[in-house]
Design a protein. Structure first.
Length: 317
């Protein structure tokens, strides 16, 4: 949920860290970036800044891999998640037609459910309160203590139940079917998570929620952690950084010039301009100076169906 393509900022950050920290301090630190590309570029620039000095590259992660490294849960691939969700769906429905729904017919709906469950957990929304009565969203948000960002996230999540008139007949049918799930969706969510827990598996949002709500401080790394280049944050990313700030070992490094750019295109994500004031002692402002064969066959078939269904979902949105 973050964009950072300013190589000059990463270069300057690497140079400043190389000058201000000993090799031992750098080697014993963790560096977290919005994406993998930024982390790889940082490693290269750090090596250049320390040229001639022997050292081991420090642990470097993108934010998603970092969350995964902290959780005991295993991130499952899309096919595995769809199979588990399909089982949860069939287990939950008493209706014979829905309970016998084949995986091929379920994939398009399953992809949408996976996306929605992932959004709910990434924004640390109370899933069961959300599912109580989704049609009465205005009443729901009035009784729940939600931030404006969470309300926008819920509104975006719920737009599926308000199909517009210009949708194709097939899309309208899909939306109506999806809307009919609300009587069962809470049970599906619970059953799906129970199946995942039994298999030690998770989707990305579930991993974030697990780290933010269930991982004890004793299990978190006790070494310095640098969060570099985050311009916007989801609620779970913010909570994750706060966990390390409470341990007094988090350092947030950001490009001040980038904070002056608009974040309107990022919808409801938290702006770092709002978040950074909560940890003033741990912020470094580095402004840019220049600115089996059968199994394999099933896997291939599901991959193709997922690709086709994903394309359909994108067209509908």
């Amino acid at each position: 949920m973050n964009i950072m393509n300013d190589n000059s900022f990463i270069r300057e950050t690497a140079i400043k860290i190389a000058k201000s920290k000993t090799v031992k301090e750098i080697e014993s630190s963790i560096f977290v970036f919005p994406n993998r590309r930024a982390g790889l570029f940082f490693q290269r620039e750090l090596s250049l800044a320390l040229k001639g000095t022997p050292f081991f590259l420090p642990d470097t992660y993108d934010i998603n891999r970092f969350a995964e490294s902290l959780s005991t849960l295993r991130k499952a691939d899309e096919i595995e998640l769809l199979l588990y969700l399909h089982k949860a769906y069939r287990d939950t429905y008493n209706d014979a037609a829905e309970a016998s729904l084949p995986i091929r017919s379920f994939i398009e709906l399953g992809l949408k459910l996976l996306h929605d469950f992932d959004e709910i957990d990434k924004y640390l929304v109370d899933a069961h309160a959300l599912f109580v009565n989704i049609y009465q969203l205005s009443e729901l948000t009035a009784t729940m203590e939600l931030s404006d960002e969470q309300k926008e996230a819920i509104s975006r999540f719920c737009n599926i139940v308000n199909p517009t008139s210009d949708l194709s007949p097939d899309s309208l049918t899909f939306h109506k079917k999806y809307a009919s799930l609300w009587n069962h969706i809470s049970a599906i969510y619970d059953r799906f998570n129970a199946i995942l827990d039994a298999n030690g598996a998770a989707y990305e949002g579930k991993i974030y929620r697990d780290v933010c709500e269930h991982i004890s401080d004793e299990r978190l790394p006790q070494k310095p952690v640098y969060f570099i280049g985050f311009n916007i944050l989801t609620a779970s990313e913010e909570a994750l950084i706060h966990r390390f700030e409470q341990l007094n070992n988090a350092t947030l490094v950001f490009d001040y010039n980038n904070l002056n750019r608009t974040t309107a295109t990022f919808d409801y994500h938290h702006s770092i301009r709002d978040f950074n004031f909560s940890i003033p002692k741990h912020i470094y402002d580095y402004p840019s100076m220049t600115s089996g064969e059968q199994t394999e066959n099933l896997h291939d078939i599901l991959q193709r169906l997922i690709a086709e269904s994903s394309a359909n979902v994108i067209e509908q949105n």
